[in-house]
Design a binder for this molecule. Structure first.
Ligand code: SAH
Length: 364
């Protein structure tokens, strides 16, 4: 047998000590363990990394987000200072492209201070390099709640899918939390908690209550969504959340592992694979609304980017591009409806304080 990685050794030690581990705890360790976590130890993005995100596909993505933010800022009454907050900025590409595009609204650019919410020290260092020389002050925080109060525009691309997810499995006796054990062959394997979660069934919608035995339901801690809603509500601000997921809460396992642009078993190579699960936009919106903000969408990424003018932007870029075909390919990736593209799978939701009105791209 191959030597186990230090993180797998630690996970097995914890299971031996405390019993089967909840899925969310496993995911949190795999992604964010301070010494061996996936995001803490590597830069996973780009063609040579494990996966590619929309801002890394094309500059058009971040540019349109920058123009969206400038328009929202106007709707907010053009405050003299505005915090442009990004949750989970990765390499910092989206913020860089957004700030560059926002130069067409110079008063907005002057008003902006960037606040990046990032857990990984390695990615913080990359973001710092990326935004050097942009002429905008940048601050880092570990959570959104740490960002100082004041006018705020929040943007988040592929942030919520990386937050640890819980799973429950329906049995004859009710819903049991799904956990990870060491099986008879000595492998990490799924199991369920011996006792059902009290009152779980009654908390679900009637459709979900009718789930068959064996069905899986996923949910996340609502802290991040509530913090987002609160930040928007308290600061008369707005937020944009882009991620893959479903518009309505549903059943089914979406936890997935990706390494080197291929799917893998989430219980193998802990810490070396990206683990994500679909975002439940209905729960996200409910949590944010509880905190006092209005929710818009979700709409499909293709629709959102089209409404913001991505096709025109592509035409302009192509006119002076050395390789116009690459721009067509990037456009197809961002707004295409096929399974390999992001246009349909990715959804966009906005949140705004009542005084801001309807954010750009969300008019009926
Ligand atoms: N938005 C980027 C990166 C997406 S990957 C892009 O589209 O390319 C997820 C990002 O969120 C990474 O930067 C990761 O380190 C960060 N992240 C995940 N969970 C976090 C948490 N709980 N707190 C702060 N940052 C987190």
């Amino acid at each position: 047998m191959e030597a186990l990685s230090p993180l797998e050794t630690e996970i097995r030690r914890r299971i031996a000590l405390a019993g089967p581990m909840p899925v969310a705890e496993y995911m949190a360790l795999c992604l964010f363990d301070a010494a061996h976590g996936y995001y803490t130890t590597r830069d996973p993005f780009g063609a040579r990394g494990d996966f590619i995100t929309a801002p890394e596909v094309s500059q058009m993505f971040g540019e349109l987000i920058g123009l969206w933010a400038a328009a929202v800022w106007k709707q907010m009454g053009s405050p003299e200072n505005v915090r442009m907050i990004e949750l989970g900025p990765g390499r910092g590409t989206m913020m860089k492209d957004a700030l560059r595009a926002a130069k067409v609204v110079p008063e907005f650019r002057t008003a902006v201070v960037a606040h990046l919410v990032e857990i990984s020290p390695l990615l913080r260092a990359q973001q710092e390099k990326m935004l050097e020389g942009e002429g905008v002050p940048v601050f880092w925080h570990s959570t959104l709640a740490e960002v100082p109060k004041g006018s705020a525009i929040i943007i988040a691309n592929e942030f919520f899918d990386a937050l640890p997810v819980n799973q429950a499995v329906k049995t004859e006796r009710g819903w049991h939390e799904r956990r990870i054990q060491i099986n008879a062959n000595g492998e990490l394997a799924f199991t369920v908690a011996p006792e059902p979660i009290p009152f779980f069934q009654t908390l679900l919608s009637p459709t979900l209550q009718a789930a068959r035995v064996g069905a899986i339901y996923e949910w996340r801690a609502e802290t991040a969504a509530i913090d987002l809603g609160r930040c928007v509500a308290d600061n008369r601000g707005a937020a944009l959340v882009i991620d893959y997921g479903h518009a309505e809460s549903g059943l089914g396992e979406t936890l997935q592992a990706v390494g080197q642009h291929a799917y893998a078993d989430p219980l193998t190579l802990p810490g070396s694979l990206d683990l994500t699960a679909h975002v439940d936009f209905q729960s996200l919106a409910r949590a944010a609304e509880t905190a006092g903000t209005r929710a818009f969408g979700p709409i499909e990424q293709s629709q959102f980017l089209r409404r913001l003018g991505i096709e025109q932007r592509a035409t302009t870029l192509k006119a002076s591009a050395a390789h116009p075909k690459e721009i067509d390919e990037a456009l197809a990736r961002l707004i295409g409806q096929n399974r390999a593209a992001m246009g349909e799978l990715f959804k966009v939701a906005a949140f705004a304080h009542r005084s801001v009105g309807v954010p750009p791209g969300f008019q009926a």
